[in-house]
Write a protein that binds this ligand. Structure first.
Ligand code: FEO
Ligand code: CA
Ligand code: CA
Length: 687
């Protein structure tokens, strides 16, 4: 998260029926709706023998984030979890099951090329070093093989935010009289520590390493120029002094969850971006709805606006207060270029990232591709991570052509599928059904009037996506985070991390104060306009009691605040946590658990949820070091290597061995890192 950048305010004032109320009514009935996903699973399993799987084909190889690109393996190869759940841990070390190992691969500050000096433990690396090194606070990630290899490929790594105390020798320098930032170099270093890293990694003599100076290596930072595509491209609302034609934006911020497209591009998501901008005058409706601030960039980047060394208003642009006669002379529209899903082609280092505005503008968490069918639209799911916000999906206008997976003009393929289509928002009905509400000008609001009465164009809907969703009667949720699609059943899973700010009294609902979060799942109807849903798993402390511990968790799998959520292509679901609930943090640090949902079926073959009778199938696989969150998982095609991100550890890593505990009494400058997890003897992870 972002406990550092998480904004606890509920900006949704729509009064739409909140999900907790829907849930309270639904919990009583959830046995009624089980058949949808189970039927899908059975029909798929019956066809498994027909599936071809060319493991050398590039389209089969895109790692990370559960995109079901590979035909499902034959049922005889269906994995079972082959490790025992590990105990909770509270140390400055990573813990993995017996016969597994974890090692440091790509920590913050690792040079990507010779333009960067080696990382220095005293924090004195320059802004230029940072612009050529791995960024800070790793999050969503994907692996893109080179030549189909399981031991050579490109990692894309999101960097969510920066910790100024770790980034600089003594934290941010602030004038004590003016309370303003004073050192330009520090601010540039912070901007360059944001964004995305693309880095080649390779296994040499049995050890994974970063390939310095590889031509694919690059940093996309908070200053990188990128294209605006889709309905916002060229719109008056995107025009700034820097981009008078409204077709480009500078940088990407707070890149949290991520996704991977079926054509081999990385989809990075701009989450808590509003905190980077401020409007000190009267805010616009969309700025109020999204929670854009009134004072300053959260790090004070705008404090050096007008400095004689400032280039192209690099700091002034974060102040979006209208100051000039026209939008072409100031940065009132600068924030309108943020809040999107950004597409990056990792294989083409000279390509410009593209902001795909069709997919909405909000605090995007991840971006997960639905189950692919040739000749049908491509679907992407994305959560809006804030209290009481919504679940969205984008459905492409173009139908999926599997040949597009092999094209090398990947951003042109992105243009084909991501520039035209329909964005929907979810309404969860109390009976276990749901409806996708289209965010289009002719869509009817809850009063029976078209959205065009309030929004003059699709671009205006996109600009204030959440505001438009309010009018359609979407269901406010408990902070939607990552989505993941089961490659076996096609069911969609999404984490609702928590929401302790619930005010609605509903004593009959044991989860009315959703401190521990849950994972919802749904199955789409054939026309993709409706769905059926249930709650797959509730977070809870083991001693939470019957009213809270609804999934029957024990010491061996208690967790809270599910966040990262990834299916691998075998159908193993990996659940990562970003927990702040004392009841669980007293027992264990943040963690990654595994379960195979498609294997949890009752005697009738109907899909089950997790309960006291099957909870042993949810197994704790990895525990992180103190103070971290575990977020982001990518994997090689053969599943022999997992790349797991550790974000904002407190006093780690001590050495290249991620499992080596920092000695008591010793303090290290903490470094978020991508960690390699493997079996000691090799072989597929988890089995
Ligand atoms: Fe950045 Fe929603 O966690
Ligand atoms: Ca989070
Ligand atoms: Ca997250």
């Amino acid at each position: 998260m972002s406990k550092a950048t998480f904004d606890p305010t509920q900006y949704n004032r729509s009064g739409n029926t909140p999900f907790e109320t829907v849930l309270e009514r639904h919990v009583q009935r959830r046995t009624l709706i089980r058949s949808g996903s189970a039927m899908a699973a059975l029909s798929i399993m019956s066809s498994l023998g027909l599936s071809a799987c060319d493991s050398n084909s590039k389209k089969n190889n895109y790692g990370g984030n559960g995109t079901p690109l590979t035909p499902t393996p034959p049922v005889t190869e269906k994995p079972v979890l082959g490790f025992q759940s590990i105990a909770g841990s509270r140390t400055d070390a990573i813990v993995v099951p017996e016969n597994y190992k974890a090692s440091i691969l790509a920590p913050w500050g690792t040079p990507l090329n010779d333009q960067a000096a080696a990382w220095k433990a005293d924090g004195t690396n320059t802004a230029q070093d940072q612009a050529n090194s791995v960024g800070m606070h790793h999050d969503g990630t994907s692996f893109y093989p080179l030549n189909g290899s399981n031991e050579d490929g490109l990692l894309c790594i999101n960097h969510e935010y920066v910790d100024q105390d770790a980034l600089h020798p003594n934290g941010a320098t602030i004038d004590t009289e003016t309370n303003r930032r004073t050192i330009l170099e520090e601010i540039r270093k912070e901007i360059y520590a944001h964004g995305v890293t693309v880095v080649r990694v390779r296994k040499v003599d049995g050890v994974w390493e970063v390939v310095a100076n590889d031509p694919h290596n690059r940093r996309i930072t908070g200053a990188t120029e990128m294209d605006i595509n889709g309905p916002m491209a060229g719109h008056d609302l995107l025009k700034t002094k820097f981009s008078p034609d409204g077709t480009s934006a500078r940088g990407t911020f707070n890149n949290c969850g991520s996704g991977s497209s079926p054509w081999g591009t990385f989809l990075t998501c701009e989450e808590n971006w509003p905190g980077y901008f401020a409007n000190t005058a009267e805010r616009t409706e969309d700025q109020i709805r999204i929670g854009l601030g009134t004072t300053a960039n959260q790090y004070g980047w705008n404090h050096l606006a007008g400095d004689e060394s400032e280039e192209n208003d690099e700091f002034g642009r974060f102040d979006v207060t209208p100051t000039a006669e026209s939008a072409l002379m100031d940065y009132r529209n600068e924030a309108n270029g943020h809040g999107y899903i950004v597409e990056i082609d990792p294989y083409s280092p000279d390509s410009r990232p593209v902001k795909r505005t069709t997919m909405g503008r909000f605090r995007h968490e991840a971006c997960e591709v639905g189950k692919l069918t040739a000749g049908k639209p491509v679907v992407f799911y994305s959560g809006h991570d804030a209290r009481g916000e919504y679940v969205y999906k984008f459905v492409s206008a173009a139908n999926w052509d599997p040949a597009d997976a092999d094209r090398t003009d990947r951003l042109a393929v992105g243009d084909k599928y991501l520039n035209e289509g329909t964005l929907y928002v979810a309404r969860f009905n109390e009976d276990g059904t749901g409806v996708w509400l289209p965010l289009t000008t002719d869509s009817m609001d809850t009063d029976g009037n078209p959205l065009s009465d309030s929004f003059g164009s699709l671009a205006e809907i996109i600009l204030n996506t959440a505001g438009a969703a309010d009018e359609l009667g979407a269901t406010p949720m408990d902070r939607p985070e990552w989505g993941a699609v089961d490659p076996v059943t096609g069911s969609v899973y999404m984490t609702m991390t928590n929401n302790t700010a619930r005010t609605e009294a509903n004593a009959a609902n044991p989860r009315i104060d959703n401190k521990f979060g849950h994972i919802i799942r749904w199955d789409e109807s054939n026309d993709h306009k409706t769905f059926t849903w249930d709650i797959f798993l509730f977070g809870s402390p083991a001693d939470g009691g019957e009213a809270i511990n609804l999934s029957g968790l024990t010491d061996l799998n208690q967790f809270a605040s599910p966040d990262g959520l990834i299916f691998d292509k075998r159908g193993i679901l990996w659940v990562q946590t970003d927990n702040g609930a004392d009841e669980v943090t007293e027992e264990t640090n943040d963690q990654m658990l595994a379960v195979i949902p498609s294997a949890l079926v009752d005697a009738n073959g109907d899909a089950e949820t997790i309960s006291g009778s099957n909870q042993t199938e949810l197994r704790r696989f990895l525990v992180g070091p103190n103070d971290c969150e575990i977020t982001g998982l990518a994997y090689t095609t053969n599943n022999h290597t997992f790349f797991v991100n550790v974000q904002h550890p407190g006093n780690w890593p001590f050495s290249d061995d991620a499992q080596e505990e920092t000695p008591a009494g010793m303090t290290v400058r903490p470094r978020s890192s991508t960690v390699v997890v493997e079996k000691v003897q090799g072989g597929p992870i988890g089995e």
